[in-house]
Design a protein around this ligand. Structure first.
Ligand code: SF4
Length: 245
């Protein structure tokens, strides 16, 4: 890592390279299928502790059965839980969905609010979910910090913090606000594909030359078949080469 490169400049290089590798805006990079901010909010609440693919399997039935906040607020708990059961933690998620929808009806005219202070008052909505809704649902500045974003930010030397709110604050200070949402989604994609938790694939990482955590590349291991051949005892009757004189 060049010593002369400032942290802010390095953050911008990281942002640019990831944008080249994972093109698109926050909407196209988001894997949760939705048509509006209300659907996105429901899908994001359901995405805790499960995959986006699993959420996308249940949301068509969820949105068809409860198309508006009023419908979802009035949902019969056991029927709602049955629809979302496969996403896990279905009782807590069902309660969050109904509570969130009731709060939208009661306090926000059945519309999803834009402001962080309002979003985090909704049941089941923390800062991460609120930032997803702001950046993907409304095109506003918002940098969701999940486990991938936190891990990569620390490995890349963009923060020393562990607390997601402090990680968000550090990243937001380094990167222009219009990049926040897409940067978060690109860090997540890179964290799943290359900078994985257990053993990052630094040898195939486009950030290795500017990453303070890059592992030194190791020579490729000999093919397994060659290793076996080297270890195998010589079979009786096998031709033996004469030693050179
Ligand atoms: S160089 Fe290694 S540790 Fe750094 S971001 Fe890439 S994969 Fe992660």
């Amino acid at each position: 890592m060049p010593a002369s490169r400032s942290l802010a400049a390095r953050a911008l290089v990281i942002t640019e390279r990831l944008a080249g590798e994972y093109p698109g805006d926050a909407v196209s990079l988001c894997a949760l299928e939705h048509r509006d901010a209300f659907q996105l909010l429901c899908a994001t609440i359901l995405s805790a502790q499960t995959t986006d693919e699993r959420v996308n399997m249940v949301t068509p039935a969820l949105f068809a059965r409860y198309p508006t906040p009023e419908d979802l607020a009035a949902a019969e708990p056991s029927e709602l839980e049955e629809i979302i059961r496969s996403t896990g933690f279905f009782r807590a998620k069902g309660a969050s969905l109904r509570g969130m929808a009731a709060a939208l009806v009661e306090h926000f005219g059945s519309e999803v609010p834009h402001d962080m202070e309002d979003l985090v008052t909704l049941p089941g909505v923390g800062r991460k979910t609120a930032n997803v809704v702001r950046s993907v649902g409304f095109g506003l500045p918002g940098l969701p910090v999940d486990t991938h974003v936190r891990r990569l930010s620390r490995r890349l030397g963009l923060t020393k913090q562990d607390d997601p709110v402090k990680v968000e604050s550090d990243l937001c200070a380094l990167v222009p606000s219009q990049e926040w949402g897409a940067l978060s989604l690109r860090l997540i994609l890179h964290g799943r594909k290359v900078c994985v938790a257990r053993r990052p694939r630094c040898g195939e990482c486009l950030l290795a030359d500017i990453c303070p955590s890059a592992l030194p590349s190791v020579p490729a291991a000999a093919p397994v078949s060659a290793q076996r051949a080297a270890r195998a005892p010589k079979r009786a009757g096998a031709p033996v080469k004469k030693a050179a004189r």
